[in-house]
Design a protein around this ligand. Structure first.
Ligand code: SF4
Length: 694
C-alpha cells in the first residue's frame, strides 16, 4: 500500500479462485489495484479469506498478459499480432470453411469454469446456435461431471444440497476425498470451528490431511483407504448401517422409492460387502469402518462433504451415488446440518454446469432430447437444436485424431495441462485446422492454436459466479479491460463475425435471457442481486427467496433413488515395474495449473511441485527429503523433488500439479469414469527412482 499509495475507491466483487466464492472489496488507486479486503457482509465468507483471494491477484496486471489478438496460418509458424477485426475474421472464415467441408459436427467449444455465468452461457449458445452442434463441454468434465451424473440420478439435480451455514448444525461431518484446509480454505476453517465446538469427524482419504490431525482438530475416524477403493469402503459402511438396523426406515419409506431401497439393502447386506471381507481390498481396518458407520448413522445430524478424490476415478459416478445412498438410508438429507455437498473446485464450475455447458444438457440440466425444452430455446434463438448429445472433450480429441473434428473454440482453459494423457491431447489439437484460444496468457494449449483472443480478468468484467452452495454472486468491473473487451464481448464479436445478430450491451441482458430459459434461475436478475447481495438457486415462484437447503419436502426427482453401486477395481494395476499408487491434490498457496498463482508472490510458498513418499518406500529406494526423483508410469515420466513423510501410507505417493515444468498429467492414465469420462487422475501405478534432476 505504501508503494502504490492510498486507495481512492472500492468495488465489492467475488473471488476468482475456488468454489467458496468469497466476497472482497477491491480497493483501487486510479486503474491500479491496491489491495483486496475480505468483505464483512459476504455471505460465503463473512469477512474471512485465504492467501489466494487476498494476495494472489497480481496476475491480473502481470506483464505476461497478452493484450493484442494474434493469428498464424499453421502451428509451426510464428504468431502475428493483428487487429481484433482481422483475428475474428480469420477465425470465422476458418470455422465456416470447416463446417462447409466437414459439417457442423466438426466444430465445438469449451466453456470456461473461470469465466462468468453470462460468458459461459454465451459460449454454449454460440456453439449451439452459431456452430450448429451440441459439441460443447467444460472443465467439469475433468473434475465434477460425476457429481452431475450421480446427484441428478439419485436426487434429481446436479448440485450440493446445503448452504455453508448448515455446517454449524452438523453433529457428524464425514469428509471423503477432499482436503478443504488447502482446497477450500475459508469453508475448511468454518468446518474446523464446528469441530472445535464438538462435532465428530470421519475422514476417508489415502492421505493424513490436516483435518485428520491438526493442533485443535483430530478425526474420530480416519479411514486411510487404498486409492481407487472408495466404492468398496462406502459399500462396507452401508453394510454396517443395514445389517445393524441403523437405517432411518421412516425417512426412506416416506421420501424414497421403497422397492429400490430394498434391492439396494439386499445387495449391501451380502457378506462380500462386509468390512471384514473388504479389508484386504481397501486396506482399511474393519473395526474402523464399523465405528465410522455407527457414528454417521446414529450421531445426530450427519453431513457429507466430498471433493475430487471422489469424482476423478473410473467409478466416480458410482461413488457419488454410493454417498447419496448413505445419506438417504440414514435420513441425512433435506434439513440444516445434514446433506451431500460436493466442494466445487473452481470459482464458477457450478455456474458453468448450470449454464448448459455439457453436450447433453441445456441450461438448468435439461436433456437436449427433451422436445419441450428444445422448443423453448429454439423460439428464443430462432434456430433448430440437435436432439442428439454432442461430443465430450475426450471424444472431440479422439475424433480429431481420426480426422473428423477440425475446429475448437477454447474459452479460459488450458486443456494441454489440465486434461489427462498429455500426448493424446497434443495429438488431437495438432490434427485440427483451427484452434481458437481465448485466455489471459499464452498457455500451453496455445502452442497448438491458430488464433489467440486476449481474455479479461475477473477485475475487468461484470457478471456473476455461482459458488459451491449454489449462491449466485455479482462480479463487478473494478477496472477497464486491459485488452479493451470483456470476455462476453469477445464471444459476441466472434458470433457476429460468423453472421449471428447478437446485440447485448450489458451482461444483465444475458442474465435476463438465462432467467427466461431456465426455471431454476427464473427469479434471478441484476436488480435483485444488487439489492440482496446474492441468491441461491432455485429462485422461482416455488422458491421466491431462493433455496439454501434443497430437497426439504421431497426430492427434485420425486422419490429419492437408491442405486446399487458394486465395487469394480480400476484397470490400472500395480505390478513389479510400477509398484506404487500415485494420487494428486492441491496445496493452499497455489491453484490448479498455476496460471494465476504462479504469476504472484504466492509462489514464494510453493515454487515447485512436490512428491510425498512414505519413509519406508523412500528408504528402500535410497531417497531423502529434497532429493530429485524420477516419477514414471506406463504413460510417461517426470522429475520432482521428494518429501519423505508418513502423511502418505506405504505404497502410496502424492503430488501436486501446479507447475507446467512438472507436467504431472504426462504420467496419468487415460482411464476414466464409466458414466462421464471424468479422468481417473487419482490412481496411477508408478515407480519412483532417484534422479539427478530435470
Ligand atoms: Fe478465494 Fe476460495 Fe480463498 Fe475464498 S477460500 S479467498 S474463494 S480462494
Amino acid at each position: 500500500v505504501t508503494e502504490i499509495g492510498k486507495p481512492e475507491r472500492a468495488v465489492v466483487t467475488t473471488c476468482a479462485y475456488c468454489g467458496v466464492g468469497c466476497t472482497f472489496r477491491a480497493e483501487m488507486r486510479g486503474e491500479q489495484l491496491v489491495r483486496m479486503v475480505p468483505w464483512k457482509d459476504g455471505k460465503a465468507n463473512r469477512g474471512h479469506s485465504c492467501v489466494k483471494g487476498r494476495f494472489a491477484w497480481g496476475y491480473a496486471q502481470h506483464q505476461d498478459r497478452i493484450l493484442k489478438p494474434m493469428v498464424r496460418e499453421s502451428i509451426d509458424q510464428p504468431w502475428r499480432a493483428v487487429s481484433w477485426e482481422e483475428a475474428l475474421g480469420f477465425a470465422a472464415s476458418r470455422f465456416k470453411a470447416i463446417a462447409a467441408t466437414h459439417g457442423n459436427n466438426a466444430l465445438g467449444g469449451i466453456v470456461s469454469s473461470r469465466c462468468t455465468n453470462e460468458e459461459g452461457f454465451l459460449v454454449q449458445k454460440l456453439v449451439r446456435a452459431g456452430f450448429g452442434t451440441n459439441n460443447v463441454d467444460t472443465c467439469a468434465r475433468v473434475c465434477h461431471s460425476p457429481t452431475g451424473y450421480g446427484l441428478k440420478t439419485t436426487f434429481g439435480t446436479s448440485a450440493g444440497t446445503q448452504d455453508f451455514d448448515s455446517v454449524e448444525e452438523s453433529d457428524v461431518i464425514l469428509v471423503i476425498g477432499a482436503n478443504p484446509t488447502d482446497g477450500h480454505p475459508v469453508f475448511g476453517s468454518r468446518m474446523k470451528k464446528r469441530l472445535r465446538q464438538g462435532a465428530k469427524l470421519i475422514v476417508i482419504d489415502p492421505r493424513r490431511t490436516d483435518l485428520v490431525r491438526s493442533p485443535h482438530v483430530e478425526a474420530d475416524y480416519h479411514l486411510p483407504l487404498r486409492p481407487g477403493t472408495n466404492v468398496a469402503v462406502l459399500s462396507a459402511l452401508a453394510h454396517v448401517i443395514v445389517t445393524e438396523g441403523l437405517v432411518n426406515e421412516a425417512f426412506v419409506r416416506e421420501r424414497c422409492d421403497w422397492d429400490e431401497f430394498q434391492h439396494w439393502a439386499e445387495f449391501v447386506s451380502q457378506e462380500r460387502n462386509s468390512p471384514e471381507f473388504l479389508e484386504p481390498v481397501t486396506g482399511v481396518r474393519a473395526d474402523l469402518v464399523r465405528g465410522a458407520a455407527r457414528l454417521y448413522a446414529t450421531g445426530g445430524n450427519g453431513a457429507i462433504y466430498y471433493g475430487l478424490g471422489v469424482t476423478e476415478h473410473s467409478q466416480g459416478s458410482s461413488t457419488v451415488m454410493a454417498i447419496a445412498n448413505l445419506a438417504m438410508a440414514t435420513g441425512n438429507i433435506g434439513r440444516r446440518g445434514v446433506g451431500v455437498n460436493p466442494l466445487r473446485g473452481q470459482n464458477n464450475v457450478q455456474g458453468a454446469c448450470d449454464m448448459g455447458s455439457f453436450p447433453h444438457e441445456l441450461s438448468g440440466y435439461r436433456h437436449v432430447s427433451d422436445a419441450a425444452t428444445r422448443a423453448l430455446f429454439e423460439a428464443e434463438w430462432g434456430v433448430k437444436i440437435d436432439p442428439e448429445p454432442g461430443l465430450r472433450i475426450p471424444n472431440m480429441l479422439d475424433a480429431a485424431t481420426d480426422g473428423l473434428f477440425k475446429g475448437l473454440y477454447i474459452q479460459g482453459e488450458d486443456i494441454l495441462q489440465s486434461d489427462p494423457d498429455t500426448k493424446h491431447v497434443a495429438a488431437g489439437l495438432a490434427a485440427m485446422d483451427c484452434v481458437i484460444v481465448h485466455d489471459l496468457f499464452l498457455n500451453e494449449t496455445a502452442n497448438y492454436a491458430h488464433v489467440f483472443l486476449p481474455g479479461s480478468s475477473f477485475l475487468e468484467k461484470d457478471g456473476t459466479f455461482t459458488n459451491a452452495e449454489r449462491r449466485i454472486q455479482p462480479v463487478r468491473k473494478v477496472m477497464e479491460p486491459l485488452n479493451g473487451y470483456q470476455d462476453w464481448e469477445v464471444t459476441q464479436e466472434l458470433a457476429r463475425a460468423l453472421g449471428l445478430d447478437w446485440n447485448y450491451t450489458h451482461p444483465s441482458q444475458i442474465m435476463d435471457e438465462i432467467a427466461r430459459l431456465t426455471p431454476s434461475f427464473a427469479g434471478v436478475n441484476y436488480a435483485r442481486l444488487d439489492a440482496e447481495g446474492s441468491l441461491q438457486w432455485p429462485v422461482n415462484d416455488a422458491a421466491p427467496d431462493g433455496s439454501p437447503i434443497m430437497h426439504v419436502d421431497g426430492f427434485v426427482r420425486g422419490k429419492g433413488k437408491f442405486v446399487v453401486t458394486d465395487y469394480v477395481p480400476t484397470d490400472e494395476r500395480t505390478g513389479p515395474r510400477f509398484p506404487l499408487l500415485l494420487t494428486t491434490g492441491r496445496i493452499l498457496s497455489q491453484y490448479n495449473v498455476g496460471a494465476q498463482t504462479r504469476r504472484t508472490e504466492n509462489s514464494v510458498w510453493h515454487a515447485e511441485d512436490l512428491l510425498e513418499i512414505h519413509p519406508t518406500d523412500a528408504e528402500n529406494r535410497g531417497i531423502k527429503s529434497g532429493d530429485w526423483v524420477r516419477l514414471a508410469s506406463r504413460s510417461g515420466e517426470t522429475t520432482l523433488r521428494a518429501t519423505v513423510t508418513d502423511r502418505v501410507a506405504p505404497g502410496v505417493v502424492y503430488t501436486t500439479f501446479h507447475h507446467p515444468a512438472t507436467q504431472a498429467n504426462v504420467v496419468t492414465t487415460d482411464y476414466s469414469d464409466w458414466a462421464t469420462n471424468c479422468p481417473e487422475y487419482k490412481v496411477t501405478a508408478v515407480q519412483i527412482t532417484p534422479s539427478n534432476g530435470p
